[in-house]
Design a protein around this ligand. Structure first.
Ligand code: UD1
Ligand code: CA
Length: 455
């Protein structure tokens, strides 16, 4: 919006988090609270975004990289009105300002659009809700006869009757800049908390005959803030329940929508199935018909159609082709690219490796810095010895190689096309093509040998 300024209040201490991390940097769905608010703010395409920060000093602007943000420091913190006053010099002369809280992460852009539409010099818009338990919130005071809003009274300043009011101030409001420039410098702190209350501008607006409009969010949870770890955990569940619902609506099969965590972005094809307790982090893309087994963790992964991930697999920064079978208990580490129809089995670790079509590493193996061709079979317990203590070294395994169990490949080394490696070998040199290569001490038996007996 052309003439929209947004101020995000984020200077509060967050004492009840009992943490050295500033409150707005605590994570919800893997992302700092403040980033959730910023993402929503950007959806409204504002002219300016000011974030008022204080506690934790520079950690907040240092950690949140957002080019549009104008960082405004509030030190000391003398209330929400005082916070806005710090940002006032950065606001446009005209237009409107939307006030958001850095610790209210689930507010929806749709709700905000409704709130700001129609705000002018003659009006002020408040986001309010009716709560069964209004404890702790500022109460919306309406004229008994006209029902018009006349002021907001903070809970600590309420009288007995006002305390009973269930319509509360969410703190989110939209005001024209002309009025803000006029009202903010007039705020006083003669109240129970000796703070400069932003909410006092509501009485000023009423007295000068402005229209005060109350709009409501689509969902009550949108307005909940994070003051404690309990509230953080509750909002996390709300967020996850919503993401699961959205996925179900779009046709993803989820065994239990209360046991899935999306900490980033999940793109998916048709007929995708996700079993319980899976975590998706960063950007994850899964193709048609992909099945993800229980207790798997996928972080920045692309998986193509028809691939099956069996339970307890952990896959990070990897590309996986079509019709692969991974797991159970596979660990696929960054830099791994698997082509189609690759099988990775239990207790196998793959790191920074390329594995071509139809190859299999099915049991108890480690492949690091490996380039593996087509139709290769890597036997149980095969290890690429890729590290000499200083450098990472490459192992090349060409097409149609068969590696017997319990083999060590001492990198750098190349296993040429069609090689068969006898089980139990330690391979230190490149192999010739299409031959059996093995390194093994000859088997012998000692006749007459007796097992020791207990003395
Ligand atoms: C405020 C509202 C109250 C509303 C409630 C909703 C005022 C005076 N009261 O109360 O009507 O029901 O929010 O949660 O506005 N902050 C700063 N600098 C400060 C003080 C606060 O940046 O000096 C920030 C906080 O980080 C937080 C937000 O403003 O994000 C609200 O502060 P908080 O102390 O939670 O407000 P309340 O007093 O609870
Ligand atoms: Ca609060």
């Amino acid at each position: 919006m052309e003439n929209l300024n947004i101020i995000i209040l984020a200077a509060g201490l967050g004492k009840r988090m009992y943490s050295t991390t500033p409150k707005v940097l605590h994570l919800l769905a893997g992302k700092p609270l403040l980033e959730h608010v910023l993402s929503t703010a950007h959806v409204l395409s504002p002219q300016k975004i000011c974030v008022v920060y204080g506690h934790g000093n520079e950690t907040v602007p240092n950690l949140i990289r957002d080019k549009q943000v104008i960082w405004v420091k509030q030190e000391p913190q003398l209330g929400t009105g005082h916070a806005l006053l710090q940002a006032l010099p950065h606001l446009d002369k005209k237009g409107i300002t939307l006030v958001l809280y850095g610790d209210v992460p689930l507010i929806k852009a749709e709700t905000l659009r409704k709130l700001i539409s129609g705000v002018s010099e003659d009006s002020l818009a408040l986001l309010t809700v009716e709560l069964d338990d209004p404890l702790g919130y500022g109460r919306i005071i309406r004229d008994i006869t006209t029902k018009k809003i006349i002021e907001i009274v903070e809970e600590k300043d309420t009288n007995k009757d006002q305390l009973e009011i269930c319509e509360i101030n969410t703190g989110i409001m939209a005001v024209s800049n002309i009025n803000l420039h006029e009202w903010l410098p007039k705020l006083e702190n003669n109240n129970a908390q000796k703070e400069y209350y932003l909410t006092d501008i509501v009485a000023m607006a009423a007295k000068s005959g402005k229209r005060i409009e109350a709009t409501h969010p689509l969902f009550t949870w949108e307005i909940f803030g994070v003051n404690s770890k309990i509230q953080l955990a509750m909002l996390e569940r709300t967020y996850q329940k919503n993401s699961a619902k959205k996925l179900l609506e779009q046709g993803v099969t989820i065994s239990d929508p209360s046991r899935i965590d999306i900490r980033g972005q999940l793109d998916f094809g048709k007929d995708v199935e996700i079993d319980i307790n899976c975590i998706f982090e960063g950007i994850v893309k899964i193709g048609d018909g992909v099945k993800i087994g229980a207790n798997s963790i996928l972080k920045n992964v692309k998986i193509e159609a028809g691939t099956i991930i069996l339970p307890f697999s952990f896959i990070e920064d990897a590309d996986i082709g079509k019709n692969c079978r991974i797991g159970p208990f596979s660990r696929i580490r960054p830099g791994t690219i698997l082509a189609d129809e690759v099988h990775i089995g239990n207790f196998v670790e793959i790191k920074n490796s390329n594995i071509n079509t139809g190859s299999k590493v099915n049991h108890l193996s480690y492949m690091g810095e490996a380039k593996i061709g087509k139709k290769v079979n890597v036997g149980a317990g095969t290890i690429t010895c890729n590290y000499d203590g200083v450098n990472k070294l490459q192992t090349i395994i060409e097409d149609n190689v068969f590696i017997g169990s319990d083999t060590q490949l001492i990198a750098p080394v190349k296993i040429t096309t069609g090689t068969t490696i006898g089980a139990g070998s330690t391979i230190t040199m490149n192999t010739p093509p299409e031959q059996l290569t093995l390194s093994r001490s000859r088997q012998r038996s000692v006749s007459g040998w007796k097992r020791p007996t207990k003395k």
